[in-house]
Design a protein around this ligand. Structure first.
Ligand code: MRU
Length: 351
């Protein structure tokens, strides 16, 4: 079985971080080398790299880059530098908890390197990034195994945004489940919501799915209800940016609407996410910080053509929260968690 798709969205290359600039897809597959920590910060902010697990990996690589560039040599100045990097990078985007999770792991490495020379600290940081990437690959793969078991040949599935190889180390969470079902020989058809305003569904998900040989149909977001009823959708699979201790979760804006519609149409609604997306320090979805983005994303068509009157008020949250009561299950690398979510999440990850 493949553990990666055809894309390698990020890598460390001769002291720089090479990314795919996802804002240019699908028109152009363009790689960009980030040589400065601020390049990574902006790449995350502008969604050149995006998707919760990939944001975590990008943050860790940005941290490694910053520590390479740091002039500091002594233990306390290295730690100070590490703290600054941690604080700076974690401000690039607030919702995906994978970012602070990965940055804390990097910070812990620096903190544990008592009296080690800088070269050794850098080696250990590089090892830690490699572990984070390797774990992500394995977690996506395990999720895909559990997820594929609940998909049947002939299923018509629906997703939103992009929870694929481009959003992770290369395989994907929700899309990883589809890839695995396809590799297992199941004949599936996937409807991808375009995902206004930044069109991750139209630009990225359809591109990935088609390259992986999946029967793909793009729909406008407001067609979802009609498709659910007319084409008898068998399951909805989405990713997550942060999952609270009670199973409420944040994902791309529009996910909550899909969950409500799924409930009405009695369609199973699954979220697929690894351990790095759980935030057990918060009890429920109300505590998840929701990013609000520039109004220009809404008042123009992909920053090109204005489509609203100048000066109009805009509300542009990048994510919404789906309450756990609308969720059939959370597909994780340890199995599918079902209700009662609070108890079952605690028994799997609580320790
Ligand atoms: O704003 P984005 O493109 O970073 O939003 C991404 C999503 O909402 C994904 O569904 C989520 O991060 C899960 S990625 C495996």
């Amino acid at each position: 079985m493949k553990q990666k798709t055809f894309v390698n969205p990020i890598e460390w290359r001769n002291g720089t971080v090479r990314i795919i600039d996802q804002t240019r897809l699908p028109v152009e597959l363009k790689y960009e080398d980030c040589a400065k920590v601020s390049d990574i910060w902006w790449a995350i902010k502008k969604l050149k790299v995006r998707g919760a697990p990939l944001i975590g990996i990008a943050g860790a690589l940005g941290f490694l880059l910053g520590m390479h560039k740091a002039r500091a040599k002594g233990r306390s100045s290295l730690r100070k530098e590490a703290k600054k990097l941690h604080a700076y990078l974690s401000l690039s985007r607030p919702t995906a908890v994978n970012l602070s999770w990965a940055l804390s792991r990097m910070q812990d490495v620096v903190d544990s390197c008592v009296d080690k020379p800088k070269d050794e600290v850098l080696r250990e940081l590089k090892d830690e990034v490699e572990r984070i990437i390797d774990e992500d690959i394995k977690m996506c793969f395990r999720m895909s195994e559990y997820g594929s078991k609940i998909i049947h040949s002939g299923d018509r599935l629906l997703t939103v945004c992009n929870a694929g190889g481009l959003a992770t180390s290369g395989y994907g969470t929700a899309l990883g489940v589809f890839y695995r079902a396809h590799e297992d020989g199941k004949n599936i058809k996937v409807y991808a919501c375009e995902t206004r305003p930044l069109l991750q569904g139209a630009r990225l998900t359809t591109w990935e799915l088609m390259h992986n040989g999946i029967d793909t149909t793009l729909i406008c977001d407001n067609v979802a209800a009609d498709v659910m009823r007319r084409f008898k959708i068998s399951g909805i699979f989405v990713g997550a940016d942060r999952i609270a201790a009670n199973g409420d979760f944040a994902n791309k804006i529009g996910t909550y609407s899909l969950a409500v519609l799924a409930n009405y149409h009695k369609i199973p609604f699954y979220c697929a996410a690894p351990f790095s997306t759980f935030d057990l320090s918060i009890s429920c979805g109300r505590q998840i910080p929701i990013e609000e983005r520039d109004k220009k994303e809404v008042t123009s068509l992909y920053f090109k053509k204005p489509i609203a009157p100048l000066g109009v008020s805009v509300f542009n949250p990048a994510f919404d929260v789906t309450p756990h009561g609308l969720v059939s299950g959370i597909i994780t690398e340890k199995g599918i968690i079902r209700a009662p979510f609070k108890e079952n999440i605690r028994s799997i990850y609580g320790k």
